[in-house]
Design a protein around this ligand. Structure first.
Ligand code: PMP
Length: 378
């Protein structure tokens, strides 16, 4: 009826409220940071900010690219930075995207052709799933980190190419993909491997190139995603791979083609962060020591059974149910710890959790107090 407003949006939102899965923005950043992806603290490091400001003001870099890279938005700095990222990651080429989300959307939607098969770990990030949905391949998921299930799916074969999609460290569980076995299995079935290194870039590998580099697997991987919004403390992303892949993405990746490019200023910030981080071996080692300390304290306090096993900065305390997970996170927030509950539908029902991110800026005593508080709550 004219004038009568439909209630479908309200109904959908009410459904979320009833399931305790209603999302809202909060600007609260109070408390000790156990929730950001700023693993090395670069986004909040005063000295680093001053270094960036000084170095990026030596020459003026425009704050706007003015258009898509294919029209008015390509600047020599983009090309220069991409070559540096390619050299650093031991690949032929790299292509910048505005975010990791954009990069995954563009990569998968353009690569996956009719007749192809893509087999992906059931826990891959939403951006990979969305990219797959936009592509034309048949898609199958395999049980998390389960090579025999992957093989089962690969045996189904395809008339076109076969692809496998994984993350080197999973964004929610914090565990590692069995990269060497994945490479071996991929070769056995003629499948190309794509690895999302969003949570390993900057923190693993001699120069922070990620986990594939730590295991010297770079040459066996078709494409890798590097993001600059996590350990690098800024934003933007790059896909690294062959020169042919770069050229393919420039031609077919719609999230690259139809968007305003990263500004020269932002590219300079990424470049400076890359220069800085690749030399920061000590920072990476220090972060690893925090992770070891976290794990040993977990054991000492008898909390191991409540956590997913992880040797990465991502640690997950499983608290089943949206309401319970929400209540535990509120208790922790009241005690001065900045943490967030990760609830269904972001994670499967029953696998709700408090996702704890460890950082260089977390002291051992902060880690210990957080775990003691968790023990008290549990
Ligand atoms: N891949 C993974 C595994 C991620 O965790 C994220 C961010 N949460 C992305 C891709 C997207 O990266 P960005 O934040 O740069 O869009």
């Amino acid at each position: 009826m004219p004038g009568e407003r439909s209630t479908w949006m309200k109904d959908k939102l009410d459904e979320r409220r009833q399931n305790a899965s209603f999302r809202q923005l909060s600007s609260g950043r109070e408390g000790i940071d156990f929730f950001s992806n700023d693993y090395l603290g670069l986004a909040q490091n005063r000295a680093f900010q001053e270094y960036l400001q000084k170095s990026s003001s030596e020459k003026l870099y425009s704050q706007g690219a003015t258009g898509s890279r294919l029209i008015s938005g390509n600047h020599s700095l983009h090309d220069e930075l991409e070559q540096e990222i390619a050299n650093w990651s031991e690949n032929e080429a790299a292509l910048l995207f505005n975010s990791g989300y954009d990069a995954n959307i563009g990569l998968y939607s353009s690569l996956l052709q009719r007749g192809d098969l893509i087999v992906y770990d059931e826990l891959v990030h939403a951006s990979i799933r969305d990219g797959i949905r936009l592509g034309f391949a048949r898609s199958l998921s395999f049980s998390h980190n389960d090579i025999s299930d992957l093989e089962k799916k690969l045996k189904e074969g395809a008339s076109g190419r076969i692809w496998v999609a994984v993350e080197s460290i999973y964004s929610m569980d914090g565990d590692e993909a069995p990269l060497r076995e994945l490479v071996k299995t991929g070769k056995l079935y003629g499948a190309e491997l794509i690895v999302d290194e969003a949570h390993t870039a900057g923190i693993f590998g001699d120069m922070g190139q990620g986990l594939c580099a730590k295991y010297h697997l770079e040459q066996h991987i078709f494409a890798r995603l590097i993001t600059f919004g996590k350990a690098f403390g800024t934003h933007g992303a790059a896909v690294v791979g062959s020169k042919e892949l770069r050229s393919f993405l420039i031609n077919f990746a719609r999230s690259f083609i139809y968007t305003t490019a990263l500004s020269p200023h932002q590219s300079r910030i990424i470049q400076l962060s890359l220069h800085h981080l690749s030399a920061q071996r000590e920072m990476r080692e220090s972060l690893m020591r925090k992770i070891i300390y976290f794990n040993s304290t977990l054991k000492e306090l008898g909390l191991e059974p409540y956590f997913l096993q992880s040797i990465s900065p991502i640690q997950s305390l499983l608290i089943s149910g949206n309401e319970r997970a929400g209540a535990v996170s509120q208790d922790l927030q009241k005690a001065g710890f900045a943490v967030k509950a990760i609830i269904h539908p972001t994670v499967p029902a029953g696998k709700e959790r408090i996702r704890i991110s460890l950082h260089l800026h977390n002291t051992n005593s902060e880690i210990k107090s957080l775990l003691e508080k968790i023990r008290e709550i549990l």
